[in-house]
Design a protein around this ligand. Structure first.
Ligand code: ADP
Length: 164
């Protein structure tokens, strides 16, 4: 019998990882044989956490899932997928605004690498309003983010904003 491993990537900034991201990771990793979480290093985008910090948080958060791996990538995700021979790209969708943006990205990615299929997972309604940018803003005012991010991320946000 021929067995083919179905591998997928879930790319993002994860600045920082939220319960919304983790929910997508948990669900995608139960569908695919292997899920690679690609932490995007984009020098153009100003991030609160360095790529290494984001990777370290994410790796810690998914360490119990045997089929999830995390890595940093500083170029087009499509190039990573081509190199690895992976065709499935997972993205999470919170609503129509996310969808129109993600739809364009998916079209663009397909134009670069026709073998790509983007798989959209709709958010769990519990996490509908979770957005890294809003969470960072809230944390910068020392607001309570404990229902939005795992404890290790809440602590990292606290440390970041007490540095400044
Ligand atoms: P990017 O900068 O690439 O959009 P993000 O870290 O903001 O990276 O998000 C990575 C992926 O996770 C995107 O597909 C985004 O739509 C999805 N995502 C973010 N927050 C949520 C959430 N609360 N529920 C479902 N998907 C989410």
């Amino acid at each position: 019998m021929i067995s083919t491993m179905i591998r997928a990537v879930f790319p993002g900034s994860f600045d920082p990882p939220t319960l919304g991201h983790l929910n997508i990771i948990e669900r995608a990793s139960s569908i695919f044989d292997e899920l690679l979480v690609v932490v995007a290093e984009n020098k153009q985008k100003r991030q609160l956490f360095t790529a290494e910090e984001r990777l370290s948080m994410m790796a810690n958060l998914v360490k119990a899932s045997g089929n999830v791996k995390c890595l940093i990538w500083d170029s087009l995700v499509v190039d990573f997928m081509k190199r690895e021979g992976i065709r499935l790209l997972v993205r999470g969708i919170r609503g129509t605004e996310d969808f129109s943006h993600e739809f364009e990205l998916a079209m663009m990615n397909k134009a670069i690498y026709s073998g790509i299929e983007t798989v959209f997972l709709t958010t769990d309604p519990k996490y509908l309003v979770l957005r890294s940018s809003l969470i960072k803003e809230l944390a910068s005012f020392h607001g309570d983010v404990s229902l939005m991010v795992p404890p290790l991320v809440a602590q990292a946000l606290k440390n970041k904003f007490s540095e400044s």
